[in-house]
Design a protein around this ligand. Structure first.
Ligand SMILES: [Zn+2]
Length: 371
């Protein structure tokens, strides 16, 4: 695919208008009691409003003052909107259907939300009947700055707090009011993950960047392996487990670092669309004679997951391409060429390039997999 086609295809992509951010929160027992109570009151209120409107066969316009339910007003407002939504569903079916809400969740209008370093706050109703901001401990990790930045730039529309699999989660729906510029050809990059060069990035203007030190990573991995062998020989199985865990943690940290470095580079270069190979994690590798290769393969999968997750956080779109385009295929004529030197030379069409950037070049020009 040439640059002109790439440009045409990518500028036509729609810009994302809504975005959801999930945050793990840790309410105190007292706050949990309050959340559960408010959630039930909210469900009851919505069902009452639906019933009233379905019976009247019309939307009944309400303000928070019309509602006695002990809830903060931003929750009441949200509940009214929710009831309108269900009324409209019923109306479409000639009021033969009366929807009933069963799920207990807490939902506020977005403006109630504040985000701190390790906490968020939303409004609860105190015993005296007034709304008051409640600070709930939250796990924002490295995303605190990102979320605060998003809140400055985007508008929080809706905050939902609910329990999922025994964990409390706050979901924030953000709306982008600004009209983003359409993607330009310079805003696109392709990456290739490898053993020698952990990440090779190529932007569509031809700029190349190598991220990570493959030689160092291989050295550390060999060190872990020899240490493990040594301990096995000494019959110290408890230490074998310990060193294996340590290696696992170390590898995870490496993947975090590599993906962080990549996303920073993409942001610096104003990349808004990243193309990468779709990796499944369980891949049939015929050449897998040694366990080491499988280890590498699995690590690529995790790294690619981290990259996707961090890109999403940074507002960079990710598109997955078919992994059949290997670092051996010629970007020009697709012939497979083996190379033992640093220079890649296609014996069919004469294409010449640096060996390590063939993969990224192929990914950049590959067609996206439609999900
Ligand atoms: Zn060729």
């Amino acid at each position: 695919m040439n640059k002109a086609n790439l440009l045409k295809e990518d500028t036509m992509r729609k810009n994302v208008k809504y975005r959801t951010v999930k945050i793990k929160i840790f309410p105190t027992p007292n706050q949990i009691e309050n959340l559960n109570h408010m959630a039930k009151e909210r469900t009851k209120l919505i069902n009452e409003l639906i019933e009233e409107m379905v019976e009247a066969k019309s939307r009944i316009y309400k303000t928070t003052k019309d509602i006695d339910t002990p809830l903060p007003s931003s929750m009441k407002n949200q509940a009214i909107r929710e009831a309108y939504k269900y009324h409209d569903i019923s109306q479409k079916r000639g009021y033969h259907l009366k929807p009933i809400v069963k799920k207990h969740i807490c939902q506020w209008q977005g403006q109630t939300l504040k985000v701190y370093d390790d906490a968020i706050s939303v409004t609860f109703l105190t015993a005296d009947g007034w709304g008051r901001a409640q600070v709930i401990k939250a796990n924002l990790n490295s995303r605190g700055d990102y979320i605060r930045e998003q809140l400055r730039r985007l508008q929080a529309m809706l905050v939902t707090i609910k329990k999922i699999n025994n964990k409390w989660i706050a979901m924030i729906v953000l709306k982008d009011n600004s009209t983003l510029e359409p993607l330009k050809v310079e805003n696109i990059a392709g990456i290739d993950l490898g053993i020698k060069c952990p990440i090779v990035v190529k932007t569509s203007n031809g700029k190349i960047k190598f991220i990570g030190n493959g030689r160092y990573l291989a050295f550390r991995r060999r060190w872990f392996r020899s240490k493990r062998k040594e301990l096995i020989n000494q019959n110290k199985s408890y230490l074998v487990k310990k060193i294996a865990n340590k290696e696992e943690r170390w590898m995870r940290e490496q993947d975090h670092q590599l993906s962080r470095e990549l996303v920073n580079y993409l942001k610096e270069n104003d990349v808004r669309l990243l193309k990468m190979e779709k990796l499944t994690g369980i891949r049939d590798i015929k050449t897998d004679k040694k366990n080491t290769l499988r280890l590498h393969q699995w690590s690529f999968y995790r790294l690619s997951q981290y990259i996707q997750y961090k890109c999403e956080d940074a507002g960079i779109q990710v598109e997955l391409v078919n992994p059949k385009y290997t670092s051996q295929s010629c970007p020009k004529c697709k012939r497979k060429n083996k190379t033992n030197t640093r220079t890649y030379r296609c014996i069919q069409c004469g294409y010449v390039s640096h060996r390590d950037i063939i993969g990224a070049t192929n990914v950049l020009s590959a067609t996206t997999i439609t999900k």
